[in-house]
Design a protein around this ligand. Structure first.
Ligand SMILES: NC(=O)c1ccc[n+]([C@@H]2O[C@H](COP(=O)([O-])OP(=O)(O)OC[C@H]3O[C@@H](n4cnc5c(N)ncnc54)[C@H](OP(=O)(O)O)[C@@H]3O)[C@@H](O)[C@H]2O)c1
Length: 156
């Protein structure tokens, strides 16, 4: 969803994904997709002609975030979504990362709904499960590799 929203804002997007998801990220609009599992993924980005990035939107800390250090400078904004990140996780190159905890705001959700209505935003579903399978949903989510949202159906 971040890739799609960034494209609606006219931003050039470099997406990170495992190889089996590269085609998918391109289909969502990414201009370049790199495999964050490779130690030298920042080199692939530089070789594509991108010398620095304005913003990094990181779902997880760790090697994938640290590997971006050569692409940032004092002007780069780094937004980390992982609530478990330590202070050390959050230091990348010359930038001090900020964590963001998303809050549901009516006005923003209304704009997101409008993007869905116009087709600018597609919500990918990994699975729709009955509420009794909540434990299975949690196990799927814990793999950190589901593609899309897992929906729990409360009422048939
Ligand atoms: N701050 C907030 O308000 C907020 C709200 C929601 C979620 N979160 C956090 O955001 C993170 C992602 O949540 P989600 O629901 O989107 O999870 P998800 O559906 O499981 O998606 C995880 C995606 O991240 C990729 N990924 C896995 N490990 C990675 C790594 N080390 N570096 C970069 N990408 C990696 C995977 O791509 P591949 O399969 O292609 O490898 C996968 O597509 C979690 O840390 C969650 O706690 C924060």
């Amino acid at each position: 969803m971040a890739v799609q929203l960034a494209k609606t804002a006219g931003i050039c997007v470099v997406a990170t994904a495992s190889p089996n998801n590269h085609e998918h990220a391109c289909a969502l609009g990414a201009d370049l997709v790199v495999d964050y599992n490779r130690e030298d993924f920042a080199r692939t980005i530089i070789d594509a002609g991108i010398r620095r990035v304005d913003s990094i939107f990181a779902p997880y800390a760790g090697h994938s975030l640290r590997g971006s250090a050569s692409l940032v400078d004092e002007q780069t904004t780094v937004v980390l979504l992982s609530p478990e990140a330590t202070e050390q996780d959050m230091r990348i190159g010359p930038v001090q990362t900020q964590t963001l905890i998303v809050q549901a705001r009516g006005e923003e959700l209304r704009r997101v709904a409008e993007f869905c209505d116009t087709g600018a935003l597609r919500v990918e579903l990994a699975a729709v499960l009955p509420l009794k399978d909540a434990a299975r949903a949690q196990q799927m989510s814990a793999t950190q590799h589901t593609r899309g949202k897992i929906v729990l159906k409360v009422v048939d």
